[in-house]
Design a protein around this ligand. Structure first.
Ligand SMILES: Nc1ncnc2c1ncn2[C@@H]1O[C@H](COP(=O)(O)OP(=O)(O)OP(=O)(O)O)[C@@H](O)[C@H]1O
Ligand code: SF4
Ligand SMILES: [Mg+2]
Length: 406
C-alpha cells in the first residue's frame, strides 16, 4: 500500500513569515498553555520496604508558554526529559512540582475524572504508529474510540464522522473496516492523527511523530500536520530529536538538556544566532542539505562524553562537564533562563554572541572537552551527529525498573 500523493515539503520551506509567527498578534495573545517550574522526579526505591534512595530528575523546573495557533518545538538528546515533559503537560503523568495551566485554569493536580472533559481539548500523538494502534480493532473502532470514551454522538453518527476524519488525514473512508496491519507506517501515523483530532482539540502534543518513519514519508506526515494546523487552527507542541524536523515545523523552539530548558527562542533567532553553547553544538552537527556547500570547511563541534546521569546531575550549570567555555562560576552556580534578546531566552553565564565573548575569553581550560572538526561531506556530518546524540545513561531505567518509552 502506498502513501497518498501529497506535495513533499523541502528543507526550510514553510508557510508563514520568517520570524516564525504565522498568526497576527500571537505574541500578545494569552497563552493557551502556561507551565511554571514544572518538576518530575521518579523515585528510586530499594528493598522490600521500597525505601527511597534517590530520584531520576527527569524534568527539573521547566517554565514556558504555548500561544494559541503556534507550534513549539522541543528538542534535545535522548533522555533529556522531552517525553516526560509531554506527558506532564497532557497530564498523563502527575507532576512532582510546579504548575500547568490550560486556558488560565490550573490543571496541575486535577483528578482523572476532573481531567476527562479537558481531554477533548488536549490530545497526544505518539511516536510508534505500530504500538499505539490496537491490532485487534478496526480503523473505524480506533478512530471512533474518543467518542465512546467521552460519550459523544457526533452529528450524523460516529461512522460518518470517522470517515470524514479519515479523509481529512488523506486516507480513504473505505478504510473504515480494515485493520492496522494492512497499513504502512505513514498511513498508521495518519490514523493516529485522525484519532487525536476526533474531538476537535485545541492543543496537540506530538512526541516524535515522524521519527519511526522513512525519511520520504516523514516529509508527508510533517506536511499533513502543517496543513491541519492551518485548516483547524491547532496549537502544537512537537517533540523531536531531529533538528531538521524541528526547524521545519516550529515557530518557537525550546532546547532541553538534562531536564532543563537551556534556550528558548523563535526559530530564526535560534538557528541564526544561538546563545547557548549546547544549542550551538547541536546546530553545528546538522548535515548541510545543499550539495554546493558540502566539502567546504565548517566548524563542527563534537561534544565529548555522554550526557551525565539525571540521578545525580552536575552542580551549577548541568552542561559544564561537556562545555568548552566552562569557568568556575559554571561549576558552582546554576545560570537562570533569562531574556538575552527580545523573545530569546538562554541559561548560560557566558552566552554566545555576547560582549564578553571576544576570542579567547573565558573557558580556555575546558577546551579539551571539545574538538572543532573540519569535517568534510555528509558522512562526517552524520558521524558528528551521532556523537552529539550520545545516549543518556540507561542505568536509571535498570535501577528503577521504569521506562522512558511509550
Ligand atoms: N517511568 C519512569 N521511571 C523512571 N525513570 C524514568 C521514567 N520515565 C522516564 N524516566 C527517565 O527519565 C529521563 C527522561 O526520560 P524521557 O523519556 O523523558 O527522555 P526523552 O528526552 O524523551 O528521551 P528519548 O529522546 O530517548 O525519547 C530518562 O533518564 C529516563 O530513563
Ligand atoms: S559557559 Fe558555563 S553556563 Fe554557559 S553552557 Fe557552558 S558551562 Fe554552562
Ligand atoms: Mg522520548
Amino acid at each position: 500500500m502506498t502513501e497518498p500523493k501529497k506535495t513533499i515539503p523541502q528543507q526550510g520551506d514553510r508557510g508563514g513569515d520568517q520570524n516564525g509567527a504565522r498568526g497576527s498578534g500571537r505574541d500578545t495573545a494569552e497563552p493557551l498553555l502556561k507551565v511554571t517550574g514544572l518538576v518530575k522526579h521518579f523515585p528510586i526505591t530499594k528493598g522490600v520496604l521500597k525505601r527511597k534512595v534517590g530520584a531520576v530528575q527527569a524534568v527539573d523546573g521547566l517554565s514556558f508558554d504555548v500561544r494559541p495557533g503556534e507550534t513549539l518545538g522541543v528538542v534535545g538528546e535522548s533522555g533529556c526529559g522531552k517525553s516526560t515533559m509531554g506527558r506532564l503537560i497532557t497530564r498523563l503523568l502527575e507532576p512532582t512540582g510546579g504548575k500547568v495551566e490550560f486556558e488560565g485554569r490550573d490543571i496541575t493536580h486535577l483528578s482523572a475524572g476532573a481531567m476527562r472533559p479537558m481531554r477533548r481539548d488536549v490530545q497526544m500523538i505518539f511516536q510508534d504508529p505500530y504500538g499505539s494502534l490496537n491490532p485487534r480493532h478496526t480503523i473505524g473502532g480506533i478512530v471512533g474510540t474518543p467518542f465512546k470514551l467521552q460519550g459523544i454522538e457526533p452529528e450524523g453518527g460516529v461512522k460518518k464522522e470517522v470517515q470524514r476524519l479519515l479523509e481529512l488525514v488523506g486516507l480513504s473512508p473505505e478504510h473504515y473496516n480494515r485493520y492496522p496491519h494492512e497499513f504502512s507506517g505513514g498511513q498508521r501515523q495518519r490514523i493516529g492523527i485522525a484519532r487525536a483530532l476526533a474531538l476537535n482539540p485545541k492543543l496537540v502534543v506530538a512526541d516524535e511523530p515522524v521519527s519511526a518513519l522513512d525519511v520520504s514519508i516523514q516529509a508527508q506526515v510533517v506536511n499533513l500536520l502543517d496543513d491541519l494546523q492551518d485548516e483547524l487552527g491547532l496549537t502544537y507542541v512537537i517533540i523531536a530529536h531531529d533538528l531538521s524536523v524541528i526547524r521545519h515545523v516550529s515557530d518557537r523552539i525550546a532546547v532541553m538538556y538534562l531536564g532543563k530548558i537551556v534556550e528558548l527562542a523563535d526559530r530564526t533567532s535560534l538557528y541564526e544566532s544561538p546563545k547557548h553553547p549546547y544549542t550551538k553544538a547541536l546546530l553545528s552537527a546538522v548535515p548541510v542539505p545543499d550539495p554546493s556547500r558540502r566539502g567546504g570547511k565548517s566548524d563542527r563541534i563534537l561534544l565529548k562524553g555522554d550526557v551525565p546521569s539525571p540521578i545525580s546531575p552536575p552542580s551549577g550549570c548541568r552542561f559544564h562537564t561537556r562545555c568548552w567555555k566552562a569557568t568556575e562560576v559554571c561549576r558552582t552556580t546554576e545560570p537562570p533562563l533569562i531574556q538575552l534578546a527580545p523573545g530569546h531566552q538562554a541559561a548560560c553565564h557566558h552566552p554566545e554572541n555576547a560582549p564578553d565573548q571576544a576570542p579567547g575569553a573565558g573557558g580556555a581550560g575546558a577546551r579539551e572537552t571539545v574538538e572543532l572538526a573540519e569535517a568534510k561531506g555528509s558522512t562526517k556530518a552524520e558521524g558528528a551527529k551521532e556523537t552529539t546524540e550520545a545516549k543518556a545513561s540507561k542505568e536509571t531505567e535498570a535501577s528503577n525498573g521504569g521506562s522512558g518509552g511509550e
